[in-house]
Design a protein around this ligand. Structure first.
Ligand SMILES: Cc1cc2nc3c(=O)[nH]c(=O)nc-3n(C[C@H](O)[C@H](O)[C@H](O)COP(=O)(O)O)c2cc1C
Length: 375
């Protein structure tokens, strides 16, 4: 005979199992559907209790194993765009730092991104900084990170990019290059990247704007940038394939820096094929989140970066006068934000932080809105 207590316990247990299964199924279907409203309302609040680095890994794995509904792949013709000499089906790419190791390019393509930028990747694999090193700031719609170029290194990442490109030769994959923290010659690290990837990358990004590798941003200075770019261009031009080179800049620069960088990237010997504006900021202006969080060291991205990066796009555009194409990135949350970057002078845009709040599928809603605006 089952006692009354046992009966109640059994009923409670099956209730709990049903509840948990229902929640997991509900959440699973929601994540799979890629619906950004569902993600924002139900998944993002749960994620505030989850380690942000764990959720980043989970998102990479979802894309890697195609555990997301296929997005819009036949983009309307009015979304076609150019990244310098390269043509993309839509102007929204995923920014560097999401797929650092080229593990899920295929899933990102399938989700609807116009192109993928992998990396930053360094010659030798490295662990990056100690954990915790990524923080979510929901009150500010922001992310703070100090990953410090954790990546699998050139060799492993190269074989993954090559594998993907052999299956989808027409889909654009950019390789964002970084330098090893302990490198004795950082300029040579970028050149090694060009040598390693030049038979497979569609474009390179010289990333000298990460705030998480000590003194890396010094390479942006007018005393060092020409030497870096001269070496990069010589290496690029000595390869069989001429791969476009883009420069990615930090948002924490002065008007004088904008002028000097523009002059350098327009000069014959150091002319780049595009400029990406911008990386994360070290500034912490007007934030609502708890000071314990905002005082963490690292680069801030998301909404607090939006205005600064859009202004920078406009300032660079007026210096470069259309001679160097611009990719705008920083705080883009919807199609209107993407359009604001385009109006400021960008030929295309990239997104990252919004994915932490609206899921990877957000690109599809953005494309729809942008296409309507452009009509
Ligand atoms: C967690 C995280 C890691 C990042 N890692 C890199 C990186 O390895 N290389 C790089 O060039 N940019 C990196 N970025 C910067 C982004 O590519 C982008 O420039 C920046 O986040 C601004 O865009 P957003 O406001 O849409 O996030 C990273 C950003 C985040 C949030």
């Amino acid at each position: 005979m089952i006692s009354q207590r046992e009966l109640i316990w059994r009923k409670a247990k099956s209730g709990i199992v049903l509840g948990v299964t229902g929640t997991v199924a509900f959440g699973g279907i929601g994540v799979w559907s890629g619906n950004e409203k569902f993600f924002e309302q139900f998944i993002a609040p749960i994620l505030t209790f989850v380690d942000p680095e764990w959720s980043h890994r989970a998102a990479v794995n979802l894309a890697r194993f195609h555990l997301q509904k296929r997005g819009i792949l036949d983009d309307p013709p009015n979304l076609r765009a150019n990244l310098g000499p390269l043509e993309v089906p839509n102007p929204i790419g995923i920014a560097a730092g999401f797929d650092k190791n080229a593990e899920c390019i295929s899933g990102l393509r399938r989700t609807g991104y116009g192109w993928v930028e992998i990396g930053s990747v360094t010659p030798i694999p490295q662990e990056g900084n100690a954990k915790p090193r990524v923080f979510r700031l929901p009150q500010d719609k922001a992310v703070l990170n100090r990953y410090g170029f954790n990546n699998d290194g050139h060799e492993q990442v190269y074989s993954r990019v090559q594998q993907f490109k052999s299956e989808h030769p027409g889909y654009i994959v950019g390789v964002n290059l970084g330098a090893n923290k302990d490198s004795s010659n950082r300029i040579s690290d970028y050149c090694k990247g060009i040598e390693r990837f030049s038979d497979t990358a569609d474009y390179f990004v010289i990333n000298i704007s990460s705030p998480n590798t000590p003194n890396l941003r010094d390479l942006q200075k007018s005393e060092t940038l020409p030497e870096l770019l001269q070496n990069v261009m010589l290496t690029r031009d000595s390869q069989t394939r001429r791969v476009p080179v883009f420069l990615k800049v930090a948002p924490d620069i002065t008007d004088a820096d904008i002028k000097s960088i523009s002059k350098i990237v327009l000069s014959k010997e150091t002319k780049v094929d595009g400029i990406i504006i911008s990386n994360t900021t070290i500034k912490r202006d007007n934030l609502e989140s708890d000071a314990k969080l905002t005082q963490e060291s690292g680069g801030l991205s998301g909404k607090p970066l939006e205005r600064t990066s859009t202004f920078l796009v406009a300032k660079f555009y007026s210096e470069l006068k259309g001679q160097v194409p611009i990719i705008g990135v920083g705080g883009i949350w919807d199609g209107k934000d993407a359009f604001a970057k385009i109006q400021a002078g960008a030929s295309a845009v990239q997104i990252y932080s919004v994915v932490a709040y609206k899921g990877l599928g957000v690109v599809n809603a953005m494309k729809k809105e942008l296409s309507e605006i452009l009509k």
